[in-house]
Design a protein around this ligand. Sequence first.
Ligand code: APR
Length: 239
Amino acid sequence: MLLNLIKKSKYIVVYTGAGMSTESGLPDFRSTKSGLWEQEDPTAVASTDALNRNVELFFEFYRKRVVGVKDCSPHKGHDILAKWEREGIIQGIITQNVDGFHSVAGSDNVMELHGTLQEVHCQSCGQVYGNEMYESETFYCACGGKLRPSVVLFGEGLQEDIFMKAIDASERADLFIVLGSSLTVTPANQFPLLAKEQGAKLVIVNLEPTSFDHYADLVIHNQKIGEVLAELNHQLTSK
Ligand code: APR
């Protein structure tokens, strides 16, 4: 079924969440027991409030995540998506993930809705640094300002230009494939709906059910993304 949808579609957009990176060794946020928000309160560690009022907790939380990203790497699923873009099978990736793994794997048209952990910037002067500053526990800029990861914190809006690019891609899609997201965070979770409303087929690949399953034309639960993509890649390339 998904193979046929891919074969007959002209503009395919893939939309990924944290479930895309668990097979790289990074935890997601809401999986029962292992999700990050099962152990931490996001507003206490990942919000503008935390940055301004709880900065030691904020630094500690994000340093752990930067080290995690540096210790892990893209898996075969990321590589397959990059290959499919090169082959013209998919046209772009909208991701909520901040690990940068789609770009590291070679994908080019990647819309990072929630920013990236690959760099940090000064809250006061805006100077951008590599994320190794957090690895070495350097949390302040030469100007004295706080360094923060270039991610979208709870309480912040998405970057306008990326948001508009994601809207354009969602409106152009005739097939929109969600990989590994609970689709619980707005406005990121609006893009699958926008694509669907514009006439795209919507496919959701997610271990657990999501609240958007009833909008989907096809839902694949209980199967890992890496396996789904490997199977599809085998069928697409074995002519
Ligand atoms: N294969 C398929 N699905 C998976 C896999 C896998 N290998 N691993 C995990 N999943 C599924 C889980 O069942 C879960 O429903 O991926 C989903 C991930 O959902 P969340 O943890 O909620 O992550 P996400 O949807 O990306 O969260 C959105 O919330 O906290 C914010 O900014 C953060 O970008 C994040 C946003």
